[in-house]
Structure formats: structure tokens, C-alpha cells
Design a protein around this ligand. Structure first.
Ligand code: SAM
Length: 352
């Protein structure tokens, strides 16, 4: 017997990962904000396992939840857990791809073991909201280039800011799949943590909005020598890096926002870690891609100054700069790498 949030559950050998509690706690903040706006949310926990995510969505966010799992043992477990929590709900025992095409849900949640790639197409057809987890981060972030091409049609190599590349590759794929159904995406909030990515999206059905959203879709050109990056929208060109090095093209990727500022302002959580993380996301500027301070100082042959002093110095020069959700040693800024290098070297030359 486990207890998580307001839910109690038995697991009986079906999938349950206590390390994903943070993800489910964060979900509750997101689901509450959606419920607050929409009032009635018909939600499908499409890959339920024990049903813990959907049960919490029902008990803690007021969602009207349906459950599904292809595994009969999981279905038995979900039914038992619903009884345990005093919930009456529909429970399906279907391939999620079939169910998502047969029935309409307002919010669909795809939380697979590994890759969500095979579910994204069906999950984009009907709902207004979509939540997706991916744990095949190596395929998305460039650690496994061949898998990324096979599963997501994305070419990536590993960079020092790989979690952001991976997250944007996943969102890019979702946008690409939903565009054919004339649905544009608004990223409510997305993040990369430990071994997983989580994305919460709101769709808008409008061919014009899809056309406009393509301005947020394109390629990253990464220079491994001088650390410069350029993002190039579909249709634009790119030659060599300013430093003369041949650049590596990564993509296609989502180059738009990783959260909606109004939406994340509404997020609330009683969990300290989630609350801190929400604040971090709120304060993060929307420029792709983050810089890792240690990686830059290694290139500069120096030791890292304090992260906050770099951010402060960049701001004093008129640039936007902030910490980032992706790593505690990294930051985001709209300053160019050469300017960042100058700022770091200036800080290093000041007496401490
Ligand atoms: N959402 C759960 C949670 O928060 O604990 C975990 C889900 S677990 C990672 C993935 C579940 O998806 C497994 O129980 C598996 O049986 C189920 N599954 C795998 N392929 C499926 C498919 N094609 N259709 C429906 N369920 C599927």
C-alpha cells in the first residue's frame, strides 16, 4: 500500500515509480490551474498502470478522470484503487492509440515507460490539452542520434545544454504532429528533470495560428569550438560560425516559449520542491538556449565565478539574464558568447 498526495494505492506488481512523485505533484499544480479556467475537464489517463496519476487528478484537481491500460493486471489494480479512494470512473482495457481515436477527451495524458513517440499522433487529434512524459531522453537530446532520427525525425548531437535541446525536440515533434490537424500549440509549461521530460500543452484549432506558429520552429546551429549558437527558422539559411568553424545543425526543434508566463503565475503547490521549481520557471527568460557556466570557464581556462554575479553583471550591461530550470550551474541570456566571456573574465579580474 502506498500513499501519495491525497491518494492511497496498491501496486500489485504493476508499474509505480516513487521517483516520479515530483512530476505528479507538479501536475496537480498544472491541472488545478486548467480546472480553474475550464471548470469541467474530461481527462484520460491513457497509460494508467496503478492509476495513481489519474486518482490524484480527480482527488486533488477536481478532474473527471477516465483510466486506461493495455495490461489486464493493471486494469484490475486500477479498479481496486478506485474503490480504495471512493472514486467511480470509467476504466478501459485498450490500446491507447485506439481509445484516443474512438473517444473524445478534453485533456489527454501520455505517461509511457520510455518513448511517447508512438502515441503522439493519436493524442493530438481531439483534446484541447495534452500532457506528455518522455523518459527516452537519450533519443531526444543527442546522446543517441540514430534513435532520435528513427523515433522523432530529429537530428541531434550532444551539447552541453542537451536537456533543453531534448525538451525542444519533443515539443517540436508534438507541434509537427498536431499541425496536420490544424492545431497550433501553446506551451503551458515544460521542463526537464532527472531522467524525464514533461510537457503540458494547450491546443488551438486554427490553420492561421498553425502557420504563425511555424515561426517558432526551426534549427539550432551549434559551434563546438567557440560555443556560439544560432537558431534559424524553417526557410532561413546558415553558413559558418563567426569564428570560422563549421557548425553542427540540430533539429528541427521548438524554438518558442517553454512556458506561458500568465499560466505559470497561476501555479501553486503545497510541496516545497515544486513551489521552488515553479518560482525558478517563472523567473526564467524565454531565450533558447541555456549556457553552462562550467563549460564556458573550462574553455576560457579559468574557474567559474558565482553564477548570480554573472547574471547580475549581464543585467547591468543591459542584457536579459536569469537562472534556468535545466541546471543549477547554468543561466540564460540574450548576450552573445563573446560578451559572456568578457563579463566572466572581468569578474575574475576583480578582487574578491
Ligand atoms: N502513469 C503511471 C504513473 O504515473 O504511475 C505510469 C504508467 S507506466 C510508465 C506505463 C503503462 O502503460 C504500463 O502500465 C503499460 O501496461 C501501459 N501501456 C503500454 N503500452 C500501452 C498501450 N499501447 N496502450 C495502453 N497502455 C499501454
Amino acid at each position: 500500500m502506498i500513499s501519495e498526495g491525497k491518494a492511497k494505492a496498491t501496486v500489485n506488481g504493476v508499474f509505480y515509480n516513487p521517483r516520479m512523485k515530483f512530476c505528479r505533484d507538479f501536475d496537480i499544480a498544472v491541472f488545478r490551474a486548467i480546472h480553474e479556467k475550464e471548470r469541467m475537464v474530461r481527462y484520460l489517463d491513457a497509460l494508467s498502470a496503478s492509476g495513481i496519476r489519474g486518482i490524484r487528478a480527480c482527488l486533488e484537481a477536481g478532474y473527471d478522470v477516465s483510466f486506461n491500460d493495455i495490461d489486464e493486471r493493471a486494469v484490475e489494480t486500477i479498479k481496486r484503487n478506485l474503490e480504495l479512494n471512493g472514486i467511480e470512473a470509467e476504466v478501459y482495457n485498450k490500446d491507447a492509440n485506439i481509445l484516443m481515436r474512438e473517444k473524445r477527451f478534453f485533456h489527454i495524458d501520455i505517461d509511457p515507460f520510455g518513448s511517447p513517440a508512438e502515441f503522439i499522433d493519436s493524442a493530438c487529434i481531439y483534446p484541447k490539452y495534452l500532457s506528455v512524459t518522455a523518459t527516452d531522453t537519450s533519443a531526444l537530446c543527442g546522446s543517441s542520434t540514430a534513435s532520435g532520427l528513427r523515433k522523432y525525425g530529429v537530428f541531434a548531437v550532444k551539447t552541453e545544454y542537451y536537456p533543453e535541446v531534448g525538451l525542444r525536440a519533443l515539443i517540436g515533434r508534438i507541434f509537427n504532429e498536431s499541425a496536420k490537424y490544424d492545431k497550433a500549440v501553446r506551451v503551458l509549461v515544460a521542463f526537464a528533470k532527472e531522467h524525464f521530460y514533461r510537457v503540458h500543452i494547450e491546443f488551438r484549432r486554427s490553420p492561421n495560428a498553425v502557420k504563425r506558429t511555424f515561426s517558432k520552429y526551426g534549427y539550432l546551429f551549434h559551434c563546438p569550438k567557440c560555443l556560439r549558437r544560432y537558431h534559424v527558422r524553417i526557410g532561413e539559411g546558415m553558413d559558418k560560425c563567426e569564428c570560422g568553424e563549421k557548425m553542427i545543425m540540430i533539429g528541427p526543434l521548438w524554438l518558442g516559449e517553454l512556458h506561458d508566463q500568465n499560466f505559470v503565475e497561476k501555479l501553486e503547490s503545497d510541496e516545497k520542491e515544486v513551489s521552488r521549481y515553479i518560482n525558478l520557471i517563472r523567473g526564467e527568460i524565454q531565450t533558447p538556449f541555456f549556457y553552462d557556466l562550467h563549460h564556458i570557464t573550462k574553455k576560457l581556462n579559468t574557474s567559474p565565478p558565482k553564477l548570480d554575479s554573472v547574471i547580475e553583471a549581464l543585467r547591468e550591461l543591459g542584457y536579459s539574464a536569469s537562472r534556468t530550470r535545466f541546471s543549477g550551474t547554468s543561466f540564460k541570456t540574450d548576450a552573445d558568447i563573446s560578451e559572456i566571456g568578457r563579463v566572466i573574465m572581468d569578474l575574475k579580474s576583480q578582487p574578491s
